[in-house]
Ligand binder design. Structure first.
Ligand code: FMN
Length: 170
């Protein structure tokens, strides 16, 4: 898909078909995530791909929406802050790195007809517990991954003149 069309085609899918994701399609999505840029190329992330029905059902304790835990796959995007590049003022860019990985993943998914939905409003302790995350991993975002049974809504976005400043603020 043309990039202009792709950014318009991706949307938050909040209903999924009971249809498995082909392994080749999952590979494409994960490969896009792997190619995402990260600060100083540290690649400080881990993706946990949950296909096991019992573990997906357990994920209800982390985020209770049915469309989330019944999707054929769940991806947990985790940062590794200890591996991350840190700016001179101490700012750790781990969330930024994981966000870029998520965006590559979600856009690649959209390009091959798969639905995703960024989820940040989850219980991180439940995710740590259910997925047996090592202590140095921080769950940053979750997404279901599968064939959408949802319809995209019109994008509600602020106009550019409220989002962009040319040269500097007056
Ligand atoms: C960082 C982030 C966190 C989000 N967390 C949630 C969430 O917890 N639950 C949810 O249903 N949607 C969540 N969303 C989806 C947004 O609501 C959605 O992207 C936004 O309304 C724009 O709609 P669109 O993705 O369909 O274009 C999140 C999106 C982002 C980028």
């Amino acid at each position: 898909m043309d990039f202009k069309d792709l950014v318009r085609a991706r949307y938050s899918a909040r209903a999924y078909l009971d249809r498995p994701v082909e392994p080749q399609k999952l590979d494409l999505v994960l490969e896009a995530a792997r190619l995402a840029p990260t600060a100083a190329n540290r690649q400080p992330f881990r993706l946990v791909v949950v296909s096991d029905p019992q573990i997906r059902a357990d994920m209800k304790a982390a985020y209770h929406r049915r469309w989330f835990y019944t999707a054929p796959l769940i991806v947990a995007a985790c940062g590794v802050p200890s591996e991350n590049w840190v700016r001179c003022d101490g700012k750790n860019y781990n969330d930024v790195d994981v966000a870029i990985v998520m965006d590559y993943l979600t856009l690649q998914a959209a390009d091959i007809g798969l639905g995703t939905c960024w989820i940040a409003d989850f219980d991180p302790d439940a995710v740590r517990d259910i997925l047996h995350l090592p202590a140095d991993l921080e769950p940053v975002a979750l997404t279901p991954l599968g064939y959408s049974a949802d319809e995209p809504k019109a994008k509600q976005r602020k106009p550019l003149d409220r989002l962009v400043v040319h040269n500097r603020f007056s």
